[in-house]
Design a protein around this ligand. Sequence first.
Ligand code: NAD
Ligand code: AKB
Length: 317
Amino acid sequence: MEKILITGSSGQLGSELIIALSEAYGEENIVAADIHEPKNKDDYLFFEKIDVIDKNLLLEVARKYKITQIYHLAAILSATGEKHPGLAWRVNIDGLMNVLDVARDLKVKKVYWPSSIAVFGPNTPKQDTPQHTVTDPGTVYGISKLTGERLVEYYFYHYGLDVRSLRYPGLIGYQSLPGGGTTDYAVEIFHKAIMGDKFTCFLRQDSRLPMMYMPDAVRATLELMEADAGKIKIRSSYNIGAMSFTPGDIYRMVKKHYPRLEIEYRPDFRQEIADSWPRNIEDSYARHDWGWNHHYDLERMTEDMIMNLKERIPATG
Ligand code: NAD
Ligand code: AKB
């Protein structure tokens, strides 16, 4: 019987992954944990308010529930990280080491920790960015993810801890709003369209980035975690790709459903971050090693996002 702890459970990814994990393992086997309480606490049988920087509390919670797997999602993302670099380092690195130490000491069977396309930087090839290439991130977030990749690989080779990881592109989902990243615009545009508001985009019209719809990201995560250990050849973090588009592309696609949607481009400090990231990702290792395959392109994602968000947001436009 598995008992699964999810840190960062109130976030954009956590709030979606917890639904899939509850379906797969049973609600009674899932422990949600975050520094912020979830919007609907009643949705969870077990919720623990924790700060991942507090190692003793993490240990206490993991012991209390006899945790066998940890999905460690708690993090400070790229844009917030540039505003609060010290906090980003403490949460992303000290928090990760705490989770890895607790997992090692309690002999937890498996740990999942996400990395990001933010590990790449201005000197990385931007087109079809390979798995093994230059990684020279220019943000504290990216530096923390790159350090994290080295740490999880270290814990695997030195302590035998079964840690697995994916380098997600920008994630787009409807369960919750994103939490301070550079790719957040691609979620916000849907909310503005449905509410009938004008959308002000903080990136340029032609700023191309790799992106993924949340159902693909959640499925990739579960498939990686359920794969035979022998198939996981990369113990730092796997490149995974799905689609790649610009703000101009997604605007045109959403406008097909909301013809009155207006957009204004006002690039801010996040433009420099976006300019340093890949345009699209080469992910043949993930496809070969454990069978990764994406299902959603821009058109299919847009239809599904709008269908699901419309049920959640009262339309005013
Ligand atoms: P998010 O900001 O929406 O959620 C992060 C959660 O962590 C929040 O609920 C926050 O309250 C919590 N948290 C922050 N500090 C904490 C602390 N000290 N202790 C406990 N909880 C704390 O982020 P997300 O989009 O859900 O991202 C989840 C993970 O996936 C992160 O590791 C992120 O780097 C990674 N990732 C996300 C994306 C994306 O596009 N969303 C892309 C690449 C990688
Ligand atoms: C961010 O923009 O910071 C995240 C990411 C790509 O890691 N969405």
